[in-house]
Design a protein around this ligand. Structure first.
Ligand code: ZN
Length: 346
């Protein structure tokens, strides 16, 4: 098959070619629950740029050369002998983690903490014609959703859904929720909040383009992050702050600001990463704020998100590239030239 192969790290992201488009052996069924998916689309994620930089080298075991791509959807091409829930030809989206069914975390539905392989991160992913995954990871798509249009939901959408659903559970119609950062994930987060909650949604971003996207996605108020964003959010919330703040940035000033925008006894959800949380233990007890981490999402989260997408309640802006043009897509992402999410199509 054809695939875009990462053979070398590039810590400064300065090479014109990050990956090379070449022939590699097809993945093979080796276990009873294995499924080979013919890729219809693979989302291009900022995490992929971090992989190229070598940032993930010490976190997970990656052996180069390998194939990136953890946001995958397509059609079932072949199944192992014990597979029952999907058949050849079914359109599917792939939960990114091949979680181990026999763990307590998996039995509790906590897929991200159930171990197992993470194709595209620690093993071959979907920047290719075919991907080896497992039956447990697959969600069958309704006929209304084409794989190439939904692939980025497998991670970007799922992560946004996971955090927004947690927030929606504590929000009442009298509350406000703040979304910091309205990019590829944040614009899905706003739509999910709109679908699951009647709280007032306040979007915060530095860019006018992002704030327009926030309004189109359902934000009730937008606040420009120009240094005065904390005061503006406080002014919109009777000086108290919002019951829930979802931070899709997670670095720079957004962490300190996000905590300040969170009202006492409210929740601050971290999705974007790179920064540090600093708060005194005394402030924690006096304010009773909760700080909540978010890692991708569960299998049920992905099923629920596909239900929202199927009903048109969540829409994803995508920009399509041929798999052979993976380098162009990665460079466009690096240079901020992508509206929504880039998708590679073999
Ligand atoms: Zn991703």
């Amino acid at each position: 098959m054809k695939a875009a192969i990462l053979a070398e790290y590039d810590s400064t992201l300065s090479r014109p070619q990050f990956v090379s488009y070449q022939d590699v052996p097809d993945p093979k069924i080796t276990g009873g629950s294995d499924v080979i998916v013919r890729i219809g689309g693979a989302g291009v994620c900022r995490t992929d740029l971090h992989i190229v930089e070598g940032l993930w080298r010490d976190r997970v075991r990656i052996k180069l050369p390998y194939i990136m791509g953890h946001e995958n959807a397509g059609w079932v091409e072949a199944v192992g002998e014990s597979v029952q829930s999907v058949k050849v030809g079914d359109p599917v989206i792939c939960h990114p983690l091949l979680s181990r069914a026999d763990t307590l975390a998996a039995r509790r539905g906590n897929d991200m903490h159930a171990g197992g392989a993470f194709p595209g991160i620690d093993s071959n992913g979907g920047y290719a014609e075919f991907l080896k995954t497992s039956e447990r990871a697959l969600v069958k798509l309704p006929q209304t959703l084409a794989p190439k249009d939904v692939a980025p939901y497998a991670d970007a959408g799922l992560t946004a859904y996971h955090a927004a659903k947690k927030a929606a559970a504590i929000l009442t119609p009298a509350d406000c929720v703040v979304v910091i950062g309205v990019g590829g994930l944040g614009h899905i987060g706003v739509q999910v909040l709109k679908a699951l909650s009647a709280a007032t949604i306040i979007a915060v971003d530095r860019s006018e383009v992002a704030l327009n996207l926030a309004s189109e996605s359902g934000a009730d108020r937008v606040v420009k992050a120009d240094g005065g964003e904390v005061d503006q959010v406080l002014a919109l919330t009777d000086g108290l702050g919002a019951q829930a703040v979802i931070d899709f940035v997670g670095e720079g000033d957004s962490v300190k600001n996000g905590l300040q925008m969170t009202r006492n006894a409210g929740c601050y959800y971290i999705v974007g990463y790179g920064g540090k949380v600093e708060i005194s233990t005394m402030d924690m007890i006096v304010s009773e704020k909760s700080i909540v981490g978010n890692l991708v999402g569960t299998y049920p989260d992905l099923v629920e998100l596909m239900a929202l997408a199927n009903r048109g309640l969540v829409k994803l802006a995508t920009q399509e590239y041929r798999l052979a043009d993976a380098n162009l897509a990665l460079h466009d992402l690096k240079n901020g030239r992508i509206k929504g999410r880039a998708v590679l199509i073999p």
